[in-house]
Design a protein around this ligand. Structure first.
Ligand SMILES: Cc1cc2nc3c(=O)[nH]c(=O)nc-3n(C[C@H](O)[C@H](O)[C@H](O)COP(=O)(O)O)c2cc1C
Length: 180
């Protein structure tokens, strides 16, 4: 039976790589639904993810439109595995502190313990190395609930060299395949 993958997208440059991740998942017959943060729509439009996933993209928790479809509790039942790529410093910190102020953070908080959650953080090196962010990463890791695909070292979108690049779509895709 086709497995259901929920892809969360945050507001980072690496979200262009999420298009390829979704393409790979759909090609491999996964059902894919995408939740975007409001800010992430400044990078890649919902139309792109909607077209690639063959499903409506959701970002508004309070939408009354029926066709907007993803209700936060329904989607937790539907999900077999959730991957957030890219995961921003902002959303990572919200999740680590139980903040549920948008559809993505609310769904992640509401996912039952047996649902797998993979995080692919991506950010500037200074953000990644910031002790507050590292403290939040450690806090989440200690819960043994989340799989972290730590960012790689390389040239970042800002031009600097360092740790912070989101893993390549193929690597994230392989992790999803073996986790499911
Ligand atoms: C051009 C640009 C690139 C950005 N890239 C990143 C990034 O890679 N990682 C990150 O954590 N924040 C990045 N930010 C900052 C986030 O977009 C910002 O913190 C935002 O509030 C995150 O929102 P979200 O977590 O709700 O998606 C970037 C901002 C801009 C303007």
């Amino acid at each position: 039976m086709k497995k259901n993958v929920l892809v969360g997208v945050c507001a980072g440059i690496a979200s262009y790589k999420t298009c390829e991740l979704i393409r790979l998942l759909v090609k491999d017959n996964f059902n894919v639904k995408v939740i975007m943060t409001e800010s992430s729509t400044k990078f890649v439009t919902p139309l792109v993810f909607q077209t690639l996933s063959n499903n409506l993209v959701c970002l508004d928790m309070f939408s009354l439109a029926k066709e907007d479809g993803i209700k936060h509790i329904e989607i937790t039942d539907w999900t077999d595995i959730c991957v957030v790529a890219p995961l921003t410093a902002n959303t990572l910190s919200k999740i680590a502190n139980g903040i549920c102020d948008n559809l993505l953070t609310t769904v992640i908080c509401a996912l039952p313990q047996n649902k797998k959650i993979i995080f692919a953080p991506a950010m500037n090196t200074n953000m990644w190395k910031n002790p507050i962010i590292q403290e939040n990463v450690e806090k989440l890791k200690q819960l043994k609930r989340y799989t972290f695909l730590n960012p790689a070292e390389g040239v970042l979108a800002c031009g600097a060299y360092g740790e912070g690049r989101m893993l390549e779509p193929e690597e994230i895709y392989k992790k999803i395949q073996i986790s499911i």
